[in-house]
Design a protein around this ligand. Structure first.
Ligand SMILES: Cc1cc2nc3c(=O)[nH]c(=O)nc-3n(C[C@H](O)[C@H](O)[C@H](O)COP(=O)(O)OP(=O)(O)OC[C@H]3O[C@@H](n4cnc5c(N)ncnc54)[C@H](O)[C@@H]3O)c2cc1C
Length: 436
């Protein structure tokens, strides 16, 4: 490559200032390497983004929950001066179908209990052909209600129709959820922006924002030129800490580009709309038709598929919060509507479920659309489509040399979570340090 370097020079350039990129940069600096993070957006954090609602209450647009086994994240929470609080109010999970509420925890537990067996009988190393996630869960239950519940819950969790995703790739991800605890055990008192700032501001060189990388090329000295619209930056090593869907928009050097194309093209974008409504009181905890003593903390709707409602009230809050997670096709439809329409949709849905006027009088409202996000893909994280390479993640994880990948999707532990992103950044930094 004969382009002049008119940008920065560093030992390593990290592309992306999400948790994976920031954690990689911290690790590289700790090893004595100079490091420059380049970020396409105006701010760091990627899929961790704090905001405020229409009436000024703090909200989390992206990631929000964690559990105690997510040790790197818990450590960072404390380092940032934040405290863990309960993930939401305690209670049971209900399914909601055309005949009203039904107890759902039994079905959902049956599904999570089945994963380990399915990993060995149908997973990547089973030697069996791949199938769709829907075909897989038909092995768990033949009950139509149970199946519909599992489909809807997975559509929310995977942010995509389970009938279109690779079962082997999804099983591999679930097998790497290294905990018996719920993922929503805790949230933080305060906002997660503080945690992102703690990582970004701790770096010797401040990340460069509004700096989208379009191409990485090998230069004549055996290093890399990292090309952005504003200039060419040079480094001996590069970490692409961007999700697979963003990585495939970056032109890579040959032969790596050809080698990785089938893996990168195996991922499909997810779709998620996260909507939070704040109310004076939690009117959803004992709705009529919920014939059980224990209050409700979560509802999985069978229609629209991929819709889950969760009580996300923080302890000590004067008001109560309900978060509506809409994944898959319904999220894509909502993304096409304006915010006012989405607000009306959410309120109408709550009024339809719980009756009465309270649903129509939120104290605050926020929604975040993670559909075809130009830099983060869509949904919580990207998944492999059925027909793609079930081992696409492994192929990205096993790239050798001075150009490495890091993103939550390819984490060895807790892929798809903030903890996974931190771990993926750390592992990529370690691989790169060995290679340099
Ligand atoms: C709505 C939602 C809810 C979630 N809830 C939870 C939760 O409760 N708990 C949990 O643990 N996890 C949750 N997650 C998942 C979690 O947010 C992610 O797994 C994690 O933050 C991903 O971090 P990352 O660094 O791998 O990727 P990202 O956060 O996507 O960071 C990638 C960065 O790269 C930048 N970038 C992309 N392309 C380029 C380019 N060409 N040039 C320069 N920069 C580029 C992007 O702008 C972005 O800042 C949620 C995600 C979403 C969207």
């Amino acid at each position: 490559m004969g382009l002049e370097c008119d940008g920065v020079t560093a030992d390593v350039i990290v592309v992306g200032a999400g948790l994976a990129g920031l954690s990689a940069a911290r690790e590289l600096e700790a090893a004595g390497l100079s490091c420059q993070v380049l970020e396409a957006q105006e701010t760091p954090g990627g899929r961790v983004r704090s905001s405020v609602g229409e009436n000024g209450r703090p909200m989390e647009d992206g990631a929000q929950f964690l559990n105690r086994d997510m040790s790197a994240l818990v450590e960072l929470v404390h380092e940032a001066g934040l405290e863990l609080v309960a993930g939401g109010a305690e209670g049971e999970t209900a399914g909601l179908g055309s005949r009203g509420f039904f107890e759902a925890d039994t079905w959902l537990n049956e599904l999570s209990d089945a994963w380990p067996g399915l990993v060995s009988s149908a997973g990547l190393r089973s030697g069996r052909p791949d199938r769709t996630v829907t075909e897989l869960i038909r092995k768990v239950t033949g009950d139509p209600n149970g199946l519909a519940l599992m489909q809807s819950s997975l559509c929310e969790l995977l942010c995509h129709a389970p009938s279109e995703l690779s079962a082997q790739a999804v099983l591999e991800i679930f097998a790497r959820y290294d905990s018996q605890r719920e993922d929503g055990e805790y949230q933080v008192a305060g906002s997660l922006d503080t945690l992102v700032a703690c990582l970004a501001e701790g770096l010797s060189r401040a990340p460069r924002y509004d700096t989208a990388v379009t191409r990485v090329a090998e230069d004549e000295k055996g290093g890399f030129g990292v090309i952005t619209p504003g200039g060419v930056h040079r480094a001996a090593g590069v970490i692409l800490a961007v999700p697979p869907l963003a990585a495939r928009e970056i032109e890579l050097p040959q032969p790596l580009a050809d080698e990785l194309r089938p893996a990168l093209e195996s991922f499909v974008p997810g779709a998620m709309v996260k909507t939070t409504l704040v109310y004076r009181r939690a009117f959803w905890r004992q709705p009529s038709g919920w014939g059980r003593q224990a209050p409700l903390s979560e509802i999985v709707c069978l229609e629209p598929v991929g819709t889950t409602l969760m009580d996300t009230t923080k302890p000590g809050e004067e008001s109560a919060r309900l978060t509506l997670f809409t994944g898959g096709q319904r999220a894509r439809d909502l993304a096409l509507a304006g915010r006012a329409e989405r607000r009306a949709y959410a309120i109408e849905m709550l009024a339809g479920i719980f009756g009465g006027d309270e649903a129509g009088q939120p104290l605050d409202f926020a929604d975040a659309v993670w559909v075809q996000h130009p830099w983060c893909g869509g949904g919580y994280n990207a998944h492999v489509r059925f027909g793609g390479l079930p081992d696409a993640v492994e192929r990205l994880r096993q790239v050798e040399g001075e150009l490495q990948f890091a993103c939550s999707e390819i984490a060895e532990r807790f892929p798809g979570y903030m903890e996974g992103a931190l771990g993926a950044g750390k592992s990529a930094a370690a691989r790169l340090i060995r290679a340099l």
